[in-house]
Design a protein. Structure first.
Length: 165
């Protein structure tokens, strides 16, 4: 069992457009799991040069925040948050919420507090932005992620069902 004093510290920082290449590399931690389990949806092995422009586009948006986690001088994960505002109508109340769109942690850093630190950073940023809720989604095949999110205080809200045609 690891004692708390031997766990390396985790630093969280806000990403900039200059981090797009790094985020493209870190994205492989989670993308490979998705591609393995749902090859009908996710492409396998996209090159970082294909993925970096996606992150450049995300990082240029005012409604997206990306946080990078580092430990012992090495980047070990990231989280991407999308801020969403919905006006109310006759059926729905107006609301502002955040969507935790991506969470990726290096396999060597799992269960070391990296995911928790990233979720905490997103939670704080969402609250500071005036959001009343933090939402995320998880694929049914990813039980490890589902267990993590539930231990982080997320509760089921909605279920998507699919049917092949």
């Amino acid at each position: 069992m690891t004692s708390p004093s031997s766990v390396p510290s985790i630093e969280i920082r806000l990403a900039s457009v200059a981090d797009a290449g790094l985020l493209a590399e870190l994205n492989d931690f989670v993308h490979s799991v998705h591609a393995l389990n749902r090859p009908d949806i996710f492409r396998s092995d996209p090159a970082p040069s294909e993925v970096a422009p996606i992150f450049e586009s995300h990082l240029a948006r005012e409604d997206i925040r990306v946080f990078i986690a580092s430990s012992s001088g090495r980047s070990v994960g990231y989280a991407m948050m999308l801020l969403i505002e919905r006006s109310g109508d006759a059926l729905m109340r107006p609301r502002a919420f955040a969507l935790l769109e991506h969470l990726a942690v290096a396999s060597t850093a799992i269960r070391m507090g990296v995911g928790t630190a990233l979720v905490d950073a997103v939670h704080t940023a969402a609250k500071n932005a005036g959001c009343s809720r933090l939402l995320t989604e998880v694929w049914d095949f990813n039980q490890e992620a589902s267990t993590f999110y539930q231990s982080a205080g997320f509760t089921p809200m909605r279920h998507y069902l699919e049917q092949a045609l």
